[in-house]
Design a protein around this ligand. Structure first.
Ligand code: GLN
Length: 392
């Protein structure tokens, strides 16, 4: 038999999605894979019904339907603080997942290096390897997830092609301050490096923190490839609508790669989603309030259970410290937690390059009842963990 690609040996299947399968198998409350269990706005669902009975069922323009791009450019120009040309600066993709791999394939040659902050969202390692590059990790140290400026500059000195920036950050909940972003931007300019962002949680940020788009900083628009999606902002993770925003010379490349990866995002869904892109500002303030309530409710529950965690500044994840339970590692702990306690989380080690095995990630993008059910089940965690004999 011919050999399969060597690249496969360098990354595993998604641990996040594996945990969802384990949760389903045991009927556990699934706080592992981050997606809402509540509906998108009613107007958006109605728009989809209307589109379904209409005539948009064939391919859109490969890099995005013109009216979708126009609505997206208008919304993003307002939030990002600079003018985005819908005809030359946008490529619409199948989720931010495709946006990022298309961006990576556009900038990387085999053998290139890419800076990745650890902990990282698991796609970044796979994206780096699939595009023939290799990662240089820069560590964000728990529990505060600050980076060391010297370590970052040392990484830049290795002549990387790009840096991947997840802001607000999955899994740590870190929201990079303007000062931190200015440091990263300064190095990106000094060492002539692209910045590829993942900003899918751009509208889920908790007071007093504030999201700054690195593309909006001086000198950065020309070298930033901003990737994001509609999934988290409008609770439509299944619609798979994402996009890349970048200068025309880069977007030309992204559009070319995207055309051969997927041809295009679903045209009826683009048409329906225009309704969401046209929402007024109050939609985004309500979204923030809703997630603040969910975070406060869930963290209060964790406090009552006496669990230690890092307070998220944005996104909808919380990293919880499991050191006290004496488990041999976070993977076995999470499997046991889903099977016996009835709550699924993601083992923290799947996000870290370093050997860190005392953290697990919960997400709280769930109805209050679901979160309450998870907290109720977690009341049994400490007594059950005490009685548990770990064999390995
Ligand atoms: N971003 C979500 C998470 O980290 C899920 C993404 C996915 O499974 N595509 O859990």
């Amino acid at each position: 038999m011919a050999e399969l690609s060597k690249k496969l040996a360098y990354f595993t299947d998604s641990v996040i999605r594996r945990m969802t399968r384990i949760a389903n198998q045991h009927g556990a409350v699934n706080l592992s894979q981050g997606f809402p269990d509540f509906d998108p706005p009613q107007e958006l669902k109605e728009a989809l019904v209307k589109v379904a009975t209409g005539s948009i069922h064939q391919y859109a323009v490969t890099w995005g339907a013109p009216n979708f791009r126009a609505a997206l450019a208008k919304k993003q120009s307002k939030f990002m603080g600079f003018e985005i040309n819908p005809d030359t600066q946008i490529a619409v993709t199948c989720g931010s997942t495709e946006a990022m791999i298309a961006a990576m394939l556009t900038v990387c040659n085999p053998g290139d290096k890419v800076i990745v902050f650890s902990p990282f969202y698991e796609n970044y390692t796979a994206d780096t390897i699939l595009s023939g590059a290799s990662p240089i990790y820069v560590h964000l140290k728990p529990p505060y997830y600050h980076f060391d400026i010297q370590e970052l500059e040392d990484a830049f000195k290795q002549n990387p092609k790009a840096l991947i920036l997840c802001n607000p950050s999955n899994p740590s909940g870190k929201v990079y301050t303007r000062e931190e972003l200015l440091i990263i931007a300064g190095f990106a300019i000094k060492y002539d490096t692209f910045v590829i962002t993942d900003e899918v949680y751009e509208h889920i940020v908790y007071e007093p923190h504030h999201h700054t788009y690195i593309a909006s900083l001086p000198g950065m628009a020309e070298r930033t490839i901003s990737c994001s999606s509609l999934s988290k902002t409008y609770s439509i993770t299944g619609w798979r609508l994402g996009y890349v925003i970048a200068p025309p010379n880069i977007i030309d490349g992204v559009r070319k790669v995207h055309d051969f990866l997927t041809v295009g995002a679903a045209s009826p869904l683009q048409e329906a989603a225009i309704t969401a892109l046209n929402f007024e500002d109050d939609y985004y303030s309500r979204l923030k309030e809703t997630y603040t309530e969910k975070k406060d409710f869930f963290l209060k529950g964790l406090d009552q259970l006496g669990l230690k965690y890092s307070n998220p500044q944005g996104a909808y994840y919380v990293m919880v410290d499991i050191s006290e339970f004496g488990a041999p590692n976070d993977v076995e702990f999470c499997e046991w937690l889903a099977a016996e306690v009835g709550v699924a989380a993601v083992p923290g080690s799947s996000f870290f390059q370093e050997e860190i095995h005392h953290l697990i990630r919960f997400h709280f993008a769930k109805n209050k009842d679901t979160l309450a059910q998870a907290l109720k089940a977690l009341e049994h965690l400490r007594p059950m963990a005490k009685a548990k004999v770990w064999i390995s």
